[in-house]
Ligand binder design. Structure first.
Ligand SMILES: *[C@@H]1O[C@H](CO)[C@@H](O)[C@H](O)[C@H]1NC(C)=O
Ligand SMILES: *[C@@H]1O[C@H](CO)[C@@H](O)[C@H](O)[C@H]1NC(C)=O
Ligand SMILES: *[C@@H]1O[C@H](CO)[C@@H](O)[C@H](O)[C@H]1NC(C)=O
Ligand SMILES: *[C@@H]1O[C@H](CO)[C@@H](O)[C@H](O)[C@H]1NC(C)=O
Ligand SMILES: *[C@@H]1O[C@H](CO)[C@@H](O)[C@H](O)[C@H]1NC(C)=O
Ligand SMILES: *[C@@H]1O[C@H](CO)[C@@H](O)[C@H](O)[C@H]1NC(C)=O
Ligand SMILES: [Zn+2]
Length: 656
């Protein structure tokens, strides 16, 4: 393959080349069209088009000559004439751009530091839309008779609005296996039958979504957030853009997300964003930012604050309510010379820095709540091992005192609903609430903390349903609970931790694991208050440190030690860089002193676990709930929510 002839390459670049490294995701030919082949659109959704023509200067695809500076691009509705894009969209023909970029063809090229170099010509049509449902062909013609065709579908969706409000809960990284384990820890059963149900167990409709990204089968939270909120699959690390080959993280082709369309169609609709992560993190950021690099935190906070002003996509006035953590991105810093607290306050926001202030904030005014630096402390640390909140120097005002009066996901979500309902009782709202640390604690193999977050999400969903009932909004609110991707987590038995601790060597310690009939029954629910044992309501484990714990694990991890016991002194650090050893990460001895060594399965450069392939569950109730049953793609969540809110802007166009 590396010796392929130049001629053969020009005609058909093999898909097998696009594996670990790709010249450009979504662009198997030397001509690239974004949105790419198989893209779906909401009628009337604004988007950018990026075209590129590549001339690889060296490497296996090398060709002679400059990239085409005179390529043509046409759009045709199925059965209609091909029309030049500028004429089709009634916009000016964009300027030709030129750049070059490098990429590695495989790991051998990377080891040898031999990147392949590509010269590029490009154009971008900004802020266009397709209004008429149907199939389209977008054709890029270059190098004489080369063609790259993108087949696009504008979905035919009813435009009648059926839900007044939509609440989307994202359990970041949450899988069915985790829900099963959390249920086992928090709910009592008798002879194999549960006496109580989780809030999720009571949803009328259950679906199943595929999370793959556009150009890799494992996704991250940025490109999966994009799929859920915008209906477009993209590349790892990208938020609401397709990734082009230029180095600028802000010139990539953008598309509108659900709150941008919602605010444009319903200027008086409300928007709320709640997360237990730092607010510049991908899942909340996906409702505002447009960049190929999720690490551009200052751009994210600016996007919350002012939106994409140059696009006039919305009368975006910022979300009504924005609650989470990550104070470092709001304070003046090296990254940002702006004091965002001050800017938000001048724009009419109340700013809350602790749980008391959150509860006391008037619900008829806009609200920014930032409760600590970094991610919010986990439910387990906030509720069970509170000593871990001390000496963190994480108060959100930058004063370096400790943040101890912290809200949880439930406090934030219920307050957000109060604000949104009070401010938008007539026009309704869209609220996204993220349990972020299900994922974050899975990454660090801290299963107790992760499942605590999952149970907090379940409790939040339960309390949300009660709240909506009180507000007489339940019938008018679509509630969707899903995940953005999974981790390869499961439980295969129990561990007698007393026995494990008493053994001297690693091989004997493994005899503490009991499977099949020796797995026994959950010990996390005994000793709890009687009132909670068999009644519906709030459910968490009665104790987190029983003698018999869960034998839990993931499929991909660094070297680490495992003792299957709750880390009561704070979140785990399973692997660390060792000064006296070669590069990479090694098991952190202090993380599980009494445990045994488990050799890693990931490259030694990984210090934590990673996301996995699994489909993830979708729970739905309310108007349009029937749309969410069955097996479908992550982007369908966007289209279903958009349909339910009546966001399709269909009008016949006169091009054919
Ligand atoms: C690549 O493009 C640059 C201009 O950007 C040009 O100077 C150079 O000759 C090109 N290289 C090749 C091999 O075409
Ligand atoms: C690549 O582009 C840079 C400017 O962006 C230019 O300085 C450089 O000469 C180019 N390299 C080639 C090989 O064309
Ligand atoms: C391609 O050209 C660049 C610039 O001259 C060089 O750094 C790189 O090693 C070359 N790569 C290959 C695969 O020959
Ligand atoms: C909570 O915030 C309010 C308002 O900023 C402040 O007056 C109060 O001292 C804070 N409480 C704590 C415990 O930091
Ligand atoms: C916090 O720091 C103080 C002073 O260094 C120390 O006395 C205290 O034990 C620490 N608390 C925790 C929970 O580590
Ligand atoms: C872990 O891997 C090392 C080699 O890297 C090996 O010497 C050791 O026996 C392995 N230990 C276990 C428990 O698999
Ligand atoms: Zn993750």
């Amino acid at each position: 393959m590396r010796a392929r002839s130049i001629l053969a390459v020009a005609c058909s670049v093999s898909y097998t080349a696009a594996q670990t490294f790709q010249r450009l995701g979504g662009c198997p030919d030397l001509g690239c069209v974004f949105p790419p082949d198989q893209a779906d659109f909401l009628p009337g959704q604004f988007f950018d088009i990026r075209l590129e023509v590549h001339s690889p200067i060296n490497g296996s695809e090398a060709r002679v000559g400059e990239p085409d500076a005179d390529f043509k691009f046409t759009i045709s509705k199925k059965g209609g004439h091909a029309i030049h894009a500028a004429k089709y969209f009634k916009v000016e023909e964009p300027e030709l751009e030129r750049w070059n970029f490098t990429w590695y063809e495989d790991l051998f090229a990377q080891d040898a530091n031999q990147p392949s170099l590509v010269n590029v010509t490009a154009k971008a049509y900004r802020r266009v839309a397709l209004y008429e449902p149907g199939e389209y062909e977008a054709t890029l013609s270059y190098y004489g008779n080369e063609k790259t065709v993108a087949n696009w579908v504008v979905r035919d969706l009813p435009s009648k609005r059926r839900a007044k409000n939509v609440i989307l809960f994202v359990g970041d990284g949450m899988t069915t296996n985790m829900i099963t384990a959390a249920r086992l820890m928090a709910h009592r059963s008798i002879n194999g039958k549960y006496m109580t149900k989780m809030a999720l167990d009571k949803f009328p409709v259950l679906g199943h979504q595929m999370t793959h990204s556009m150009d890799s089968f494992i996704t991250d939270s940025a490109n999966s957030a994009t799929a859920l909120y915008s209906g477009h699959k993209t590349t790892v690390n990208a938020l609401n853009v397709y990734v082009d080959s230029s180095s600028d993280p802000f010139d990539d082709p953008k598309f509108e997300n659900i709150v941008e369309v919602f605010r444009r169609r319903y200027p008086d609709g409300g928007v709320g964003i709640v997360s237990t992560a730092f607010l510049a993190d991908a899942t909340p950021a996906g409702l505002a930012a447009h960049t190929s690099d999720r690490g551009k935190y200052d751009h994210v906070i600016t996007a919350y604050y002012e939106g994409l002003t140059e696009y006039e996509w919305t009368n975006w006035d910022g979300p009504d309510v924005l609650l989470g953590a990550g104070a470092e991105n709001f304070l003046t810093s090296e990254d940002s010379h702006r004091d965002y607290y001050d800017l938000f306050a001048k724009k009419g926001y109340n700013v809350a820095w602790n749980n008391t202030a959150l509860h006391n904030a008037p619900s008829d005014e806009k609200l920014l709540g930032v409760f600590q630096t970094s991610n919010l402390a986990t439910w387990l640390d906030r509720n069970v091992y509170q000593a871990n909140l001390q000496n963190q120097s994480n108060y959100p005002d930058g004063s370096k005192r400790d943040a101890e009066d912290l809200p949880g996901l439930k406090d934030m979500t219920l307050k957000a609903i109060d604000v949104l309902h009070e401010r938008h009782a007539d026009d309704g709202f869209f609220l996204m609430s993220e349990a972020a640390s299900i994922d974050k604690q899975m990454h660090t193999l801290d299963y107790d903390r992760s499942l605590g977050e999952l149970l907090e999400l379940d409790d939040t969903v339960r309390a949300t349903i009660e709240k909506l009932k009180e507000l007489d909004q339940l019938e008018d609110t679509l509630i969707v609970v899903t995940a953005d991707h999974g981790h390869g987590f499961d439980v295969t038995g129990s561990v007698d931790t007393d026995y494990l601790d008493a053994q001297e060597d690693d091989r004997s310690k493994r005899n503490a694991v009991g499977y099949y009939q020796n797995s026994g029954l959950s010990q996390y629910t005994v000793d709890g208050p009687k009132s909670l044992r068999y009644s519906e309501g709030v459910h968490f484990p009665a104790r987190w440190d029983p003698r018999y714990t869960l034998h839990a694990g993931v499929v991909a991890f660094p070297d680490h030690r495992e003792n299957y016991q709750v880390h009561n002194e704070g979140p785990r650090t399973p692997a660390e860089a060792a000064k006296d050893k070669k590069n990479g990460y090694y098991a952190n001895y202090k993380d599980a002193v009494t445990g045994f060594l488990i050799n890693g399965t990931l490259p030694v450069s990984a210090d934590e676990g990673v996301h996995s392939l699994t489909d993830v569950p979708v729970f739905a109730q309310g108007p349009c709930q029937e749309l969410f049953g069955g097996v479908y793609n992550s982007i369908d969540i966007f289209f279903n929510m958009a349909e339910c809110l009546g966001l399709a802007e269909t009008k016949g166009d006169d091009h054919n």
